[in-house]
Write a protein that binds this ligand. Structure first.
Ligand SMILES: [Zn+2]
Length: 284
């Protein structure tokens, strides 16, 4: 049976229309064909695209001013993690709902107007589904997921559901004026979760992306009741159900704030990022 055809009627800008005419003249294809091809490309890319807000290097340097709202980032996906203005808690987005995790792991759904200085977002669809055996550490989780990833050179989104016997987590707390990431996480809230069912939302990012994202694995947790979560340091879990989403395209939204434009992003911030993300502090 032939695929049904629909008529599309819409209003676009005069300059875009001129470009369409110019392009059809250049290639000789019909307007219908060009529009269909462009839309198909756009929608397909959108499904395997990472939307990165600001860079990890800027976060290390203390660029904590929000540059986009939650409403803005929801345009680019339904799944992801990050933080809020002034490093005010952990951000987790799951099934299109966006939460803020504050002290002791309390999760609150945020209004669309909340501002975000750093986030990694995607439109999560499952490219691959598997389960992994019980694990008793973050390292074991990494080793199991390493077996599933098809390449060390692609970004991968992971949605992992299961029962967690133990979770060691943190929630960043609002940074004081002028603090960088390492000094700000020295007053983070560190807490434990026991016997909770929920979802790990996270990404694996390749080493070459170190100045833009958090290289390696980065997970935030949200329980099934959407009441409790955090940035995960360590864990112990029963068998886990793993869904993997491969990203073939990355869009980096650079803040145009004064703070970002003036930040010194030249030096290598990898060590500070590891210190902040793995839960060590400069005091120990
Ligand atoms: Zn995190």
């Amino acid at each position: 049976m032939p695929e049904s055809r629909e008529n599309l009627r819409c209003t676009i800008s005069g300059s875009l229309w001129k470009n369409i005419l110019k392009e059809t003249e250049r290639t000789g294809e019909s307007i219908s064909h060009l529009v269909e091809r462009a839309l198909a490309n756009e929608l397909d890319i959108a499904h395997h695209s990472l939307f990165q807000v600001s860079t990890s290097r800027a976060l290390v340097e203390g660029v904590f001013g929000g540059c986009l709202t939650v409403q803005d980032i929801k345009q680019h996906g339904d799944f992801g993690l990050g933080t809020y203005e002034q490093l005010d808690g952990e951000m987790i987005m799951l099934e299109g709902r966006c939460f803020q995790i504050i002290q002791e792991g309390k999760a609150i759904e945020v209004p669309d107007a909340a501002r975000v200085p750093f986030a990694t977002i995607t439109r999560f669809t499952s490219d691959f589904h598997s389960s992994i055996q019980p694990i008793d550490s973050f390292q074991q989780l990494e080793e199991s997921l390493n077996q599933l990833r098809p390449s060390g050179n692609l970004f991968v989104g992971f949605k992992i559901w299961g029962h967690f016997n133990h979770l060691s987590m943190r929630a960043a707390c609002k940074a004081k004026h002028g603090e960088n990431l390492v000094s700000a996480v020295e007053h983070q809230s560190v807490f434990q979760g026991t016997n909770c069912s929920g979802t790990l939302v996270g990404f694996w990012s390749p080493p070459y992306s170190a100045a833009i994202s958090v290289p390696g694995y980065h997970f935030h947790f949200l329980d099934d009741d959407r009441q409790f979560g955090g940035h995960v340091f360590d864990l112990n879990a029963d068998q886990l159900s793993v869904e993997m989403h491969l990203e073939s395209d990355i869009h980096v939204a650079l803040p145009e704030t004064e703070e970002f434009l003036r930040a010194d992003l030249v030096k290598d911030g990898s060590k500070s990022l590891r210190t902040a993300e793995n839960g060590e502090t400069t005091k120990n």
